[in-house]
Design a protein around this ligand. Structure first.
Ligand code: ZN
Length: 273
């Protein structure tokens, strides 16, 4: 069942976060949906602009996800979410194609422009019952969110979820990760919308749990799925030089990817906190 993020956030228990996993192809989508069903939990499928381009386009991604939900008879709530949309245009394309949620990332621009662009996306999304996430501060520039800007940003834009920059980063962390838990707490107190943790790969479990206790409601995992899958596929190819069936090659990473998805889902569930 495809739903927007609000429907998932509304049903989360205290000290619980929903997982956002990035998808790259049919196989990953299928594996993630199967594990989420096994674990009886809702899931957010995030797709970046480059992954959408890789897979063929917005409509193709929508058809792929909605087709799998139907064919696999998936009953758990599933969100199809544009990850880091960098323009109003790409957010509109996703919304028009059937995505149930989008992220507009204008965080590299000055605050006033970030507000203006985000507001326009949120306005359009509301008319289609699509939820909107936006970024304040810049993770990629290692620029932490200024708590003084948070209230104004959330109020003026009308977003449904906020991705603050709190010592997190995308990809593989260089050196020790130190999330700014006091900053998460401070931001969470100021707003009544869920907070999102990007760059979930490589953050120690104890810090993930502390972040959830402090107000994080959505955790994005991308790189860790890639490294798990790639490691398994690499080993399979090295050990099976005669295999050329693409289905065997691609699915040789299925178990590792599924185990990683399961591990992250269990980490963020209430009973494990
Ligand atoms: Zn991100």
């Amino acid at each position: 069942m495809l739903v927007n993020m609000e429907e998932i956030f509304d049903k989360l228990n205290e000290n619980e976060a929903v997982l956002h996993f990035n998808i790259n192809n049919l196989e990953w989508t299928k594996y993630i949906l199967e594990v989420a069903r096994e674990e009886n939990t809702s899931v957010i499928l995030g797709v970046s602009e480059s992954a959408i381009k890789y897979m063929g386009g917005y409509k193709t991604v929508y058809n792929l996800v909605s087709g799998l939900v139907l064919d696999l008879n998936i009953k758990i709530p599933v969100v199809l979410h544009l990850d880091h949309g960098h323009s109003i245009e790409s957010c509109k394309k996703a919304i028009d194609a059937g995505f149930t949620s989008v992220m507009i990332d204008a965080s590299s621009l000055p605050l006033s422009e970030n507000i203006e662009i985000t507001k326009q996306v949120a306005y359009y999304a509301k008319t289609k019952n699509v939820t909107v996430e936006a970024e304040l501060g810049s993770m990629d520039a290692y620029q932490k969110t200024n708590p003084k800007e948070v209230k104004e940003f959330v109020l003026k834009t009308g977003i449904d979820a906020l991705a603050p920059s709190i010592g997190n980063a995308h990809g593989i962390y260089k050196g020790e990760v130190r999330l700014d838990i006091p900053l998460i707490l401070e931001i969470a107190k100021m707003v009544d919308i869920p907070l999102v943790l990007h760059g979930g790969t490589g953050i120690p479990d104890s810090q993930i749990k502390d972040a959830i206790k402090s107000g994080i409601k959505k955790i994005n995992i991308n790189t860790e799925l890639q490294t798990s899958w790639a490691g398994a596929v690499r080993e399979y190819i090295i050990n099976n030089k005669d295999v050329y069936d693409p289905r065997k090659i691609i699915s040789s990473g299925e178990i590792e990817l599924k185990n990683k998805v399961k591990e992250k889902i269990r980490l963020c569930k209430n009973n494990n906190i």
